[in-house]
Design a binder for this molecule. Structure first.
Ligand code: CMC
Length: 433
């Protein structure tokens, strides 16, 4: 018999107690299985923001926020960022292993086969106002994809699930580029499947039918890196949303649309756009102390965008990698004299020496630098979070698929502590004065 580690929780008032098993992980903190707590002690746990709650067991991504570690399927992000490609990361996340040569060829072909979008989607896009935010468009269009694939929506069928995952990864760049082309009044471009995934996206975004377009290899690599770093991040808000939506049996397109909607918020994926807005507002390094003081003022809702992280409390390993890439890119693009970067670097320096930020472990996160990279690549501001969504699509669908193979899958249904009006009786309108 294996040694079970148990933690006993005792209610001092009633004297009742419950034994909770400690469940070990491969890395990181163990978790306390509190499932018996309500039936044995009559309590739920209270954990706003789920900061102390593991909602599932997962074999996809591991983060150690104290040590600044990020592993995809066991591989350190630093090694993947240096040696791998976004599409290879997609395979690794989806199937758990790096592909061998034959499998790599097959996977590439599968993704390429699905890069085109139904022409009906383009008519759908044409219904949006010309100044619609592309994230709003993306939420709607991805949700609408389910209406095009009725025949492959049986989520109990692993083949249907895999096909949906491939379709989402393959089509998101095409849909995103279509949204952009529509917003600037240019004709939609079709994917060119001889190009790599990232190159193809840049081609659909920036080429026009009248002229040839060759994206710079430096730009392709910088974007590829950014996408690798954003591919998954375990149980963040949007991924948890996708899993929660998936737990109800909703179709994968609806679940990913819910993830996109969650990503849009400035405290999550919208941060890279918010960082640039903030740097533009600051505009002059001399103004930085004023903004830092505002960020420290409890009565002012202003926060330094791109600083802080729920999980990383020493440094964000993605930020370390992308910071260097950001400098390299700006040098290569001969954009070394970027005033925005000057503001960014000065802000980083000032904040990192400030007691308020040191005490609270507030360091620049990945989005502090990714916004600067996207801007240097000529990506319009309102497309920043869309690119994050393309990158995260693989993480979302991998978690969505993992949910169906878990032996403890249940519909997600958090509890609450009710603090509203106590029970009272209805008073008819005529008696209410
Ligand atoms: N600027 C100023 N103060 C901050 C900031 C900030 N960016 N972030 C946190 N704090 C303070 C906060 O006021 C609190 O202070 P006190 O203890 O005096 O009340 C303390 O630090 C702890 O903050 P918290 O809100 O409890 O931390 P959290 O883990 O709930 O929030 C966060 C994490 C990322 C939402 C938050 O740091 C934030 O709003 N950052 C700015 C937005 C941002 O950059 N988001 C991108 C996250 S990375 C991309 C991704 O993974 O989605």
């Amino acid at each position: 018999m294996t040694n079970r580690r148990l933690v006993t929780i005792t209610d001092n008032a009633s004297g009742s107690s419950v034994e909770c098993e400690v469940l070990e992980g491969v890395h990181g903190r163990s978790v306390l299985d509190i499932r018996a707590l309500p039936s044995k002690l009559g309590y739920f746990t209270y954990d706003p923001g789920f900061a102390s709650t593991a909602s599932c067991s997962s074999a996809i991504t591991y983060i150690d926020g104290q040590e600044g570690v990020l592993l995809y399927r066991g591989y350190p992000i630093e090694q993947l960022a240096e040696h791998s490609s976004f599409l290879e990361i997609c395979h690794l996340l989806l199937y758990g292993e790096l592909p061998d040569k034959a499998r790599w060829k097959e996977f590439n072909a599968e993704i390429r086969r699905h890069t085109m979008v139904h022409e009906g989607i383009r008519r759908f896009i044409a219904g949006y106002n010309h100044d619609a935010h592309p994230m709003g468009m993306l939420v709607g269009i991805v949700g609408a994809l389910s209406t095009f694939y009725h025949d492959t929506l049986d989520i109990s069928d692993p083949e249907h699930r895999e096909l949906a995952a491939i379709r989402l990864i393959a089509k998101l760049p095409s849909i995103a580029a279509d949204c952009y082309k529509y917003s600037i009044g240019q004709p939609f471009m079709y994917p060119i499947n001889s190009l790599g995934y990232v190159e193809n996206f840049l081609q659909m975004m920036f080429s026009v039918r009248a002229e040839p377009y060759i994206p710079s290899p430096v730009a392709v690599r910088a974007l590829e890196l950014m996408m690798i770093l954003h591919a998954d991040h375990e149980q963040n808000a949007s991924t948890s949303t996708v899993r929660l939506a998936g737990s109800s049996g909703a179709n994968p397109y609806a679940c990913v649309a819910a993830g996109i909607a969650t990503l849009w918020g400035p405290a999550h994926g919208g941060a890279n756009e918010a960082v640039i807005n903030m740097l533009q507002d600051i505009s002059d390094p001399a103004e930085i102390p004023k903004y830092v003081e505002r960020a420290k003022d409890r009565n002012d809702p202003f926060r330094l965008m791109g600083f802080g992280h729920r999980v990383y409390k020493s440094f964000d390993p993605r930020a370390t990698i992308i910071r260097q890439a950001c400098h390299d890119l700006l040098q290569d693009l001969d954009a070394g004299n970027q005033p925005l970067l000057e503001v960014a670097l000065r802000l980083e320096e000032i904040a990192l020496q400030d007691e308020y930020f040191i005490e609270r472990n507030l360091y620049p996160n990945v989005d502090f630098y990714s916004g600067i990279i996207l801007r240097a690549l000529g990506i319009p501001l309102n497309m920043f979070t869309v690119i994050f969504a393309i990158s995260r699509s693989v993480g979302w669908v991998t978690h969505w698929m993992e949910f169906f193979t878990a032996d403890d899958q249940r519909i997600g249904r958090p509890q609450q502590r009710y603090v509203g009006a106590a029970r009272r009786d209805f008073v008819p309108m005529k008696d209410r004065g």
